[in-house]
Design a protein around this ligand. Sequence first.
Ligand code: HEC
Length: 263
Amino acid sequence: MLDPREMDGGSIEIIAEKLRNAPYAKKFAALFGERVFKDPRLLVAEATFAVSRYQIEEPGFHPYTSKYDYWLEGRARMSEVELRGLRLFNDPEKANCAGCHSSQPSREGFPPRFTDTQYEALGAPRNSALADTRDPGYFDLGVCGPIRKDIADQTQFCGMFKTPSLRNTAVRRAFFHNGVFHTLQEVMDFYNFRDTHPEKVYPVGADGKVQKYNDIPVQYHANVDVSDPPFNRHPGETLAMTAQDEADIIAFLKTLNDGYKPE
Ligand code: HEC
């Protein structure tokens, strides 16, 4: 709520003042007690709690009406291409997407969330279209700042972002935390070429050197994941995916869009 690039709320006090004057202030008092209005921090904390309950209880936030959901329930038929894509998505030695974007229902039987909710530094290339990046000293380091400040001194987390869900990802027009990719093809090429052909992913400097991980300061490059496939490869080694594999996985990703009509 405070991030100037997002809701730009100004300060806890400003948000608290808005809540005190909101049309639903009376309901708020009924729920949390009159005293809540006296303490801005508590007031804003209760408001965010209310929002999170709303997102949990309102089915519109998680309809689970994708083709993949219906297929898991035996109510839809996936095409050959989509099934090949799913197998590749789950293959731990190659694409390994499911290693982080979990594709299986939970133990309690809840639909798969396509995120393990863990934090990872993948080293996405810098997005020069963002105004902030005109300052060569500006880096969005995710968990360790500069926007989030609570664990800024834990530098082993610098460059890490939470694995996003891939539900409805195929309808998006910008991917990764800095929006540097605009098509799923670009995303797939990032995963496939980052380590074997980094010159296809990052800019090449005047000295002819590839500027790998150019959106993370050098002292944090060691935080980038180089062990989980497909990121465990080296220049010259076999690619994790063929062009056909990439296309198949993209076809599978499209089965994760909500609003599929089963027969
Ligand atoms: C090691 C964990 C890991 C693996 C393996 C992995 N991902 Fe990701 N994925 C992430 C993280 C973390 C991000 C967010 C990175 C960022 O924003 O900088 C992400 C972002 C994405 C996004 C962008 C989503 C959005 O809304 O911006 C897509 C699409 C995606 N991954 C697809 C895949 C596919 C397909 C594979 C397999 C080829 C895969 N991922 C393998 C962790 C992983």
